[in-house]
Design a protein around this ligand. Structure first.
Ligand SMILES: Cc1cc2nc3c(=O)[nH]c(=O)nc-3n(C[C@H](O)[C@H](O)[C@H](O)COP(=O)(O)O)c2cc1C
Length: 367
C-alpha cells in the first residue's frame, strides 16, 4: 500500500493539517509502500542506522549496512541484529539491510555473508521488526546461494549488478528487483567498467522486474534522467554520506567528500572486487604491500578493514581508506535528508516539465 497519510477525526483537538506532496509513483514505490523512488544504499562496513532511518522517515528507502568483516561471523551477526533493532526504534517505515555476498575462489558464499544473511532472515521472524525491515539487498557476488536462504523469508530481495548479463541472471534466479550500478559509483564497483548511462537502458530493457539505477546520482536531475532511461527509482551512496543526518560517522569524512575535486578518486582491489575510493596515503600503502606479493590475503583483508574503519570512526583522512563515488567532486554542501529526499523528487518533476517545454511541432523540411 502506498504510504498515504489518513486524515483522522479527533474529539476536541483540531486535526493536524494534512499536506499533500507531489511525488513520482513507480513500481518501486508501490511494491514497497513508500512515498518516493529514492533509496540510500548499503555503505558497509560503516554503521548507517541513523542515516537509514532518516531516509525512510523522509519517504525513501534507507539501508542498514553490515559492520566490519574482520570479526568472527557470529559476533558480526549479533552486531547487525543490534543495528536492526536500533533502526526499528528510529523509524516506523520500511527499510532495508544490505549484505555483500562475495564468494571465495571456489564459489562458496563467504562465512560472514552467510552469517549476516542468516541474521536478517532470523530478525524478520519478529513481527515488529518484519513490519519495518522489508527489504534485503545483496551485492558483490552472484545472488543464487543467498537467494536460497532468503526465498521464504517474506523479504523483498533486491540484488545489485554492474552489467546486463548479471541482471538477467539475477532476475532468472528470482530476485524481486535489481539495482543497476554504474562504474562511477562509490565503494563497490565492477570488474567490467560499464557506466550508469549505458547500464540504465540496457538493464531496463533486459529484465521485467523493477530497476533501481545507481552510480553518480546527485539530485533531482539524476532522478529525472534515471526515469527517462527506464529505471523505477534511484539509489545513492556518496550524496547521503555528506549529510547532517549521518551522526554515526566522523564528520571529517563528509568534510573530505565536500573538498574532493573531480578526478580525485581511484579504484583499488577490495575483498570481493574493485572498489572506488578517494586517493589517500593508505591506498598507496596498500598498493606497495600488494606489489611485494609477500602479504597473505588475510593480512591484506585485515589492513583494508582496519583502514576503512579508521576513516569512518577516527576521521583519519590520510591513513584511512575512504570509499567514495565520482560524484563527490560535484558536491558542495551537507544536506538535511528530510528536505533533500522530497526536494529531489520535486526537482525531478520540475525537470521533466521543463523537458516537455522543449517539445515543438515543426513543418517537415521541403524535399
Ligand atoms: C562509503 C561507501 C561504502 C559502501 N559500502 C558498500 C557495501 O557495503 N555494500 C554495497 O553493496 N555497496 C557499497 N557501496 C556502494 C553503494 O551501495 C552505492 O552503490 C554507491 O555509493 C552508489 O554510487 P554513488 O556513490 O555514486 O551514489 C559503498 C559506497 C560508499 C560510498
Amino acid at each position: 500500500m502506498p504510504d498515504r497519510r489518513l486524515k483522522r477525526e479527533s474529539s476536541g483537538v483540531a486535526p493536524a493539517p494534512v499536506t499533500n506532496v507531489s511525488t513520482l509513483s513507480t513500481r518501486f514505490t508501490t511494491l514497497l509502500g513508500i512515498t518516493h523512488p529514492v533509496m540510500q544504499e548499503g555503505l558497509g562496513p560503516y554503521k548507517t542506522v541513523h542515516l537509514a532511518a532518516a531516509v525512510s522517515n523522509a519517504g525513501g528507502l534507507g539501508t542498514v549496512s553490515i559492520p566490519g568483516i574482520s570479526e568472527a561471523p557470529a559476533a558480526g551477526a549479533r552486531k547487525l541484529r543490534g543495528y536492526i533493532e536500533q533502526a526499528c526504534a528510529l523509524t516506523e517505515r520500511p527499510f532495508a539491510v544490505n549484505i555483500p555476498v562475495g564468494a571465495d575462489k571456489h564459489g562458496n558464499v563467504l562465512p560472514f555473508s552467510a552469517a549476516y544473511v542468516g541474521a536478517v532472515v532470523e530478525a524478520v521472524r519478529d513481527r515488529e521488526i518484519a513490519r519495518r525491515l522489508r527489504v534485503i539487498t545483496t551485492s558483490a557476488g552472484p545472488p543464487a546461494a543467498a537467494r536460497r536462504l532468503i526465498a521464504d523469508s517474506g523479504l523483498v530481495h533486491i540484488h545489485k549488478v554492474g552489467g546486463t548479463r548479471q541482471a538477467v541472471r539475477a532476475a532468472a534466479e528470482g530476485v524481486d528487483m535489481v539495482i543497476a550500478s554504474g562504474y562511477e559509483a562509490g565503494g563497490h564497483t565492477h570488474a567490467r567498467p560499464v557506466h550508469t548511462f549505458v547500464l540504465g537502458p540496457s538493464v531496463s530493457e533486459a529484465v521485467r522486474c523493477p530497476v533501481i539505477l545507481a552510480g553518480g546520482i546527485r539530485d533531482g536531475r539524476g532522478l529525472a534522467a534515471a526515469l527517462a532511461l527506464g529505471a523505477d527509482a534511484v539509489a545513492l551512496g556518496t550524496r547521503f554520506v555528506a549529510s547532517h543526518d549521518n551522526p554515526d560517522w566522523h564528520p571529517a569524512y563528509a568534510e573530505r567528500i565536500l573538498r574532493a575535486r573531480e578526478g580525485e578518486d581511484i579504484v583499488f582491489q577490495a575483498l570481493y572486487g574493485p572498489s572506488r575510493a578517494l586517493m589517500s596515503a593508505a591506498i598507496d600503502e596498500l598498493a606497495a604491500m600488494e606489489a611485494t606479493g609477500s602479504w597473505s590475503e588475510e593480512a591484506l583483508t585485515h589492513f583494508k578493514d582496519e583502514r576503512l574503519i579508521a576513516a569512518q570512526q577516527a576521521g583519519d583522512m590520510t591513513g584511512g581508506i575512504l570509499p567514495c563515488g565520482q560524484i563527490a567532486g560535484a558536491l558542495q554542501d551537507l544536506i538535511h535528508v528530510a528536505e533533500f529526499v522530497p526536494g529531489m523528487v520535486r526537482d525531478a518533476i520540475a525537470v521533466l516539465a521543463q523537458v516537455r517545454a522543449h517539445i515543438v511541432t515543426v513543418s517537415p523540411l521541403p524535399g
